[in-house]
Write a protein that binds this ligand. Structure first.
Ligand code: NAI
Ligand code: MG
Length: 358
């Protein structure tokens, strides 16, 4: 008998977003059918740049209340060639993350079986990281302004804000995440030599929180030196925590080092579980390949698997990832991974692997 049921809001939004979200729904429906112990009810939301261009709003009135009723949100990507990126990002993605207090952004990266890293010496198993990005403060909190527009003396500020509350909750989450992984190893990234206020607060809070996690080994890195360590000594890293801005950049580097931006997922979590969390691939709407049927759906498969884990369906989530890796191992891959398969071929192949597993 089916006991567990989850409602998932799907929102492909722009560009390849709907293509990869639809592919993931197909795989999850297969998984649910085979597993039989839980159900997923999908509701699609058409919030996108098209809707914005028609109505002037990304989120219709009362929309967030409707969204909040769901257990999780599976998001594609937002961004259109004819809408400035800061309008689309703040209009949709951040307009969900911020009120829903999704303060922890989690970005795992690894080298899949059958794929290769651009790092000559790194193989499957050598690079297996989780980057934890603070998702509500720093330079992305929206503090700042512009004065004297258009004048030669025009001034703009982008103020980085760090609250003890905000730093402590992400640090605690990071130590907990490190503690759950086999190596129990955390690297705290800052820039506390040059940024002598906010980043020094990060260092201090890290030392305080560390006392509650004696079994977690941890170290500190400056963000510039961290880029070198990621490239030169990937095996020395496991769980990583950094600010909104620093981790945004480091996680794109991480995705590239693992082989492609087309495989990396991200979770925007409200660890208090008062609001639904939102799951998305880290890539954007990729206008250059939209509608061509070549988008790599793997990032969104991994994303969906992360979502299932968060909902409590660890076993099914793991099966989904095993199926995805079985497919990459067989060499069925899109162009970004050096293959020649399309979105549909990869999706069908993952469904076939699932069939074999049950
Ligand atoms: P992008 O991630 O959309 O594309 C970068 C490059 O990677 C492109 O060559 C693209 O074809 C390729 N790529 C991305 N995802 C792929 C996939 N699944 N399979 C195969 N190839 C893939 O980043 P870009 O071009 O900087 O941004 C395009 C738009 O997306 C912009 O409007 C940007 O603001 C938005 N964006 C939105 C994000 C979000 O919704 N969270 C994140 C990043 C960008
Ligand atoms: Mg980014």
């Amino acid at each position: 008998a089916v006991q567990r049921k989850y409602s998932v809001a799907t929102m492909g939004a722009d560009g390849i977003g709907p293509e990869v979200v639809d592919a993931s729904v197909q795989v999850m429906e297969k998984l649910v059918e085979l597993d039989g112990s839980f159900q997923l009810a999908f509701e699609n939301f058409d919030w996108s740049s098209d809707l914005y261009k028609k109505t002037g709003k990304y989120i219709p009135d009362g929309g967030l209340d409707a969204l909040k009723k769901h257990d999780a949100i599976l998001f594609g990507a937002v961004g259109a060639p004819d809408v400035p990126d800061h309008i689309s990002l703040w209009g949709l993605r951040l307009a969900i993350c911020q009120p829903f207090q999704q303060y922890a952004n989690v970005r795992p990266t690894k080298i899949f079986r059958g794929t290769s890293s651009p790092l000559r010496k790194a193989e499957h198993g050598d690079l297996d990281w989780v980057i934890i990005r603070e998702n509500s403060e720093g330079e992305y909190a929206g503090q700042g302004g512009r004065s004297h527009r258009g004048q030669p003396w025009e001034t703009a500020t982008e103020v980085a804000i760090f609250s003890r509350h905000g730093v402590e909750r992400i640090m605690r989450f990071a130590f907990q995440s490190a503690q759950k992984r086999p190596r129990k190893l955390l690297t705290v990234v800052t820039k506390s030599n040059a940024q002598r206020n906010g980043m020094v607060l990060w260092d201090e809070v890290a030392s305080e929180v560390a006392k509650d996690f004696p079994d977690v080994e941890w170290d500190k890195m400056l963000v510039d030196a961290m880029t070198c360590r990621m490239v030169l000594d990937p095996k020395s890293l496991d769980t990583i925590v950094a600010t909104n801005l620093h981790a945004d950049i480091l996680s794109d580097l991480a995705a590239a080092l693992a082989g492609s931006i087309g495989i990396a997922p991200t979770s925007n979590l409200d660890p208090t579980r008062q609001n639904p969390s939102m799951f998305e691939p880290i890539h954007g709407s990729a206008f250059d390949i939209t509608g061509k049927g070549v988008a790599n759906p793997v990032a969104t498969f991994w994303t969906a698997s992360e979502m299932l884990t968060w909902l409590g369906e660890e076993e099914a989530a793991k099966k989904m990832m095993d199926a995805v890796e079985a497919v990459t191992e067989r060499g069925i891959a899109t162009r970004d991974l050096g293959g020649s398969a399309g979105t549909k071929e990869v999706t069908d192949a993952v469904c076939q692997e699932l069939d074999k597993m049950y």
